[in-house]
Design a protein around this ligand. Structure first.
Ligand code: NAD
Length: 251
């Protein structure tokens, strides 16, 4: 309950990793605002918030007006925004293919959701954090940003861009008591990954073999890192990328 009285916005929190992050921050005591294209309210009702309340706000993070309504709803409900988890992404539904076969539309969609959407959410939340004298921004990147990902170049590029975004924003906001850190998961068996059959048995086996801890990764493996980065314990850490993938990437 270390986050009692704090408010956390989790984008893409209606399913998958985002839902697991929202559940954990709720268990830590925070009020929760789930922002997602669909099912945000249902997810909020399901998660609840033992230390406060959870609400859901239908949001497309690429739309400025939606993001403005999101932060307004958070402020109206809870009067503050302390934690922003930028988890929503164009990920499980992406088209994979060779570098030369991924079209411009697909590239633009990827960068629009993963980078511009994250920028818009930060831009809307930061003034509230500054006014309160601090905050925690967490960006969900990916191990693919470090390892590279054949067949998924636009996705890996977007997630690598987010590491530069994290470092730059950390340098701008440190003086305001706002930390900005990234988490880089390995291939994780989220709802989206399972439902859309994104991975073959062969891919999973090769992931397991690449890890120092040779097993599959689950959303619950990531929640401790997000809880830490949202807490006071990480107050003097900013601009960093925590890789949580069982020791596949080592930095
Ligand atoms: N699962 C993995 O293997 C893995 C690995 C590395 C990084 N990640 C990252 O973790 C995060 C979550 O992954 P996941 O597997 O749960 O993904 P997912 O695709 O299953 O879920 C993404 C969520 O984001 C929401 N979303 C998508 N576009 C949105 C938009 N424009 N506005 C608001 N919400 C939007 C979706 O509705 C969904 O709820 C993503 O940032 C992803 O890139 C996932």
């Amino acid at each position: 309950m270390g986050l009692m009285g704090k408010t956390a916005i989790v984008t893409g929190g209606a399913m998958g990793l985002g839902k697991a992050f929202a559940k954990r921050l709720a268990a830590d005591g925070a009020n929760i605002v789930i922002a997602d294209l669909r099912n945000a309210e249902d997810a909020a009702a399901e998660i609840g918030a033992p230390g406060g309340r959870a609400i859901g706000v239908a949001t497309d993070i690429t739309r400025e007006e939606d993001v403005a309504l999101l932060t307004e709803a958070a402020m109206r409900a809870f009067g503050r925004i302390d934690i922003l988890v930028n988890n929503a992404a164009y990920f499980a539904r992406t088209k994979e293919g060779r570098f030369e076969d991924i079209g411009l539309d697909e590239w633009q969609r990827m960068l629009n959701v993963n980078i511009i959407g994250t920028y818009l959410c930060c831009r809307a939340a930061v003034p509230h954090m500054k006014q309160q004298g601090g905050g925690r921004i967490i960006v969900v990147s990916s191990g693919t940003a470090i390892k590279g990902a054949a067949g998924h170049i636009h996705y890996a590029t977007s997630k690598a861009g987010l590491i530069g975004f994290t470092r730059s924003l950390a340098r701008e906001l440190g003086k305001d008591g706002i930390t900005v850190n990234a988490v880089a998961p390995g291939l994780t068996l989220s709802d989206g990954v399972i439902a859309r059959g994104v991975t073959s048995a062969q891919q999973l086996e090769s992931q397991r073999k690449s890890r120092a801890i040779p097993r599959d990764e689950h959303p619950e493996d990531l929640v401790g890192a997000v809880s830490f980065l949202a807490s006071g314990d990480s107050a003097f850490m900013t601009g960093q990328t925590l890789v949580v993938d069982g020791g596949s990437v080592m930095v």
